[in-house]
Ligand binder design. Structure first.
Ligand SMILES: Cc1cc2nc3c(=O)[nH]c(=O)nc-3n(C[C@H](O)[C@H](O)[C@H](O)COP(=O)(O)OP(=O)(O)OC[C@H]3O[C@@H](n4cnc5c(N)ncnc54)[C@H](O)[C@@H]3O)c2cc1C
Length: 428
C-alpha cells in the first residue's frame, strides 16, 4: 500500500477516560456505540426523538448487498469489505441471542439496462468466488427469483447468495444493547463547545447536558449543523419506500430484486390493528437537495411505476399500495462516508496552501485536528453495510490500533479533510 500523505495522518491519541458522547441514534451512532463498548468504552448516546432509528435508519427493510463495478476499484473494495464485515457482525449478534429482523435470502441484481449488461459481461472475466457472487443467465435468474419477472424481456443477473434484507431498527436495537451504553432520548444536541480537555454538549434549552474528552457526531442528515462540521461538503437526498400487500403469485418471490430500485420478498409486517399482513417493501425515490421530505402518494406511484416497468409479471394483481417511510440520506461528493477526526480547517488552509505547486508531501507539517471530536456520517444509500465497517476503523483510530492495511485504507478514503486537500491541490 502507498504511504499515507502527511495531511491524512493521525496522531497517537491519549485519553484520561474511555468515555465517549455520541450524537445521533441511527445506525451510525449505534455502530459506533457497539464498537466502543466492545473495546471497553462507556458511551452516552444522545437522540432527539423518543426512540432510536426513526429517520434514515427507520426504513422497514433495506438491502444488504455489495456494489460491484465492472473493474475492481477502491470503491468496489470498500463496499465488498463492508458487506463481508456486516455479515460477520450480524452472525455474531445472532449467536449472542439478539433478535434481528432480516433474511439472507440472496439478492438478484438484474441486467435491466445496457450498462448492467456491460457490467455483467465484464464481471464474467473476473472469476469471483461463487459464495460471493454468481452470474446467472435468464433461466437461472427465473429459477433463483421463483417468478418469471418479465416474460417479454427475461433478465440475466448478478446473484449475491449471502445478501438479503434487514429491518434497520432491529439492527440498531441489538447494537446498543450493552450495559455500558447509556441512551438519552428526547434530547437534541444543540451545540458543542470545547472547555480545556472536554467537549461540552448543550441541549435544546441551551443547558449543559454532558461532557467528555471524546465526542462523535453521527447525526445523519444534520451532520453539517454544528459550527465544527459546517465546512464539510454534503448533500441531502430524500427517499421514500412503499409497501404493497402480497398476492398469491408475488409470495413466490424468493430473493431481493435490484433494478433501478429494490424489492423485497413478502414478509410479515405488523399493522395498526395488531394483525400482521404479508407485504413487500420497494423503492426508493431519490430527491436531491431535499432535507425535509413528507410521505406522499406521488412517490408511491413513482416507486410502483418503476416496478411495473421492470417487473410487469410480478406487479400483476398487486393493488394495495401504501407509503412506508420517508427520510434523508446524507451524501458526500465522492460517495465515501466521513469517518475520522474532524480537522482544524484553518490549520489545513494555512499550512497546506501551496499544495497545488506540487511540493513533496514529506516537506509539510503534521496536521492539526479539533482534538477529541470525531465524525461518522455521509453514509448515503449504503449505510446499512458501510456504517459497521467505518465504525470499526474509527474505533481502531481512537484506540491507536491503526497498523492494519485495511484500517489505514478506510481512514484515508473517508478522511474528513479530503475535500479541503482536493481544493488546495487544484486552486491556481
Ligand atoms: C429511503 C431510503 C432507503 C434506503 N435503503 C438502503 C438500503 O437498501 N441499503 C442500505 O445499506 N442503505 C439504505 N439506505 C441508507 C441508510 O438507511 C442510511 O445510510 C443510514 O440509515 C444512515 O444512518 P445514520 O445513522 O447516518 O442516519 P440516521 O438514521 O438518520 O440517524 C441519525 C440520527 O441522529 C438524530 N439526530 C440528528 N441531529 C441530532 C441532534 N442534534 N441531537 C440528537 N440527535 C440528533 C436523528 O434523529 C437520527 O435518529 C436508505 C436510506 C433511505 C432514506
Amino acid at each position: 500500500m502507498t504511504e499515507t500523505p502527511i495531511w491524512f495522518q493521525y496522531p497517537n491519541f491519549q485519553w484520561d477516560k474511555k468515555h465517549a458522547i455520541i450524537i445521533g441514534g441511527g445506525i451510525a451512532g449505534a455502530q459506533m456505540a457497539w464498537h466502543l463498548c466492545q473495546a471497553g468504552w462507556q458511551v452516552t448516546l444522545i437522540e432527539r426523538h423518543h426512540k432510536l432509528a426513526l429517520e434514515a435508519s427507520g426504513n422497514p427493510a433495506g438491502v444488504i448487498s455489495p456494489k460491484l463495478t465492472a473493474k475492481q476499484s477502491l470503491g468496489e473494495d470498500f463496499y465488498t469489505q463492508s458487506f463481508i464485515y456486516t455479515l460477520v457482525q450480524l452472525d455474531k449478534l445472532k449467536q449472542l441471542g439478539h433478535k434481528i429482523m432480516m433474511d439472507n435470502c440472496g439478492v438478484l441484481q438484474l441486467t435491466h439496462n445496457s450498462r448492467e449488461e456491460k457490467r455483467w459481461e465484464a464481471l464474467k472475466k473476473r472469476n469471483l468466488p461463487a459464495n460471493f457472487m454468481q452470474l446467472l443467465n435468464e433461466d437461472e435468474t427465473i429459477k433463483a427469483a421463483g417468478i418469471n419477472l418479465n416474460p417479454k424481456h427475461p433478465y440475466k443477473s448478478c446473484y449475491f447468495p449471502n445478501g438479503g434484507w434487514i429491518q434497520p431498527a432491529s439492527f440498531v436495537r441489538a447494537l446498543v444493547d450493552h450495559p455500558h451504553c447509556k441512551i438519552i432520548t428526547h434530547t437534541k444536541a444543540l451545540k458543542l463547545l470545547k472547555s480545556k480537555n472536554n467537549w461540552l454538549v448543550y441541549n435544546q434549552e441551551n443547558q449543559l447536558l454532558c461532557q467528555s474528552e471524546v465526542a462523535i457526531i453521527a447525526n445523519g442528515k444534520d451532520l453539517l449543523s454544528f459550527k465544527q462540521t459546517k465546512f464539510l461538503p454534503g448533500m441531502p437526498v430524500a427517499g421514500q419506500t412503499s409497501t404493497v400487500t402480497a398476492s398469491k403469485l408475488s409470495t413466490n418471490l424468493k430473493t431481493v430484486i435490484g433494478h433501478e430500485g429494490y424489492l423485497t420478498p413478502a414478509f410479515s409486517c405488523p399493522s395498526t390493528d395488531s394483525k400482521s399482513i404479508t407485504k413487500h417493501v420497494f423503492g426508493a425515490t431519490f430527491e436531491r437537495n431535499n432535507s425535509d421530505p413528507l410521505l406522499n402518494t406521488a412517490s408511491d406511484h413513482k416507486n410502483f411505476n418503476r416496478l411495473q416497468q421492470y417487473l410487469p409479471e410480478f406487479t400483476r394483481n398487486l393493488t394495495d399500495i401504501s407509503s412506508a417511510h420517508t427520510a434523508v440520506r446524507m451524501t458526500t461528493p465522492d460517495r465515501f462516508p466521513y469517518a475520522g477526526a474532524l480537522p482544524d480547517k484553518d490549520f489545513y488552509k494555512s499550512n497546506y496552501s501551496d499544495l497545488h505547486q506540487g511540493k513533496k508531501w514529506k516537506q509539510y507539517p503534521l496536521p492539526k485536528y479539533q482534538t477529541g471530536l470525531f465524525i461518522l456520517g455521509g453514509l448515503g444509500s449504503r449505510g446499512l453495510i458501510t456504517s459497521g465497517f467505518c465504525a470499526n476503523a474509527l474505533c481502531n483510530l481512537l484506540e491507536n490500533k491503526v497498523a492494519s492495511e485495511q484500517t489505514q485504507q478506510v481512514l484515508k478514503n473517508t478522511h474528513p479533510a479530503r475535500f479541503i486537500i482536493k481544493r488546495l491541490r487544484t486552486q491556481n
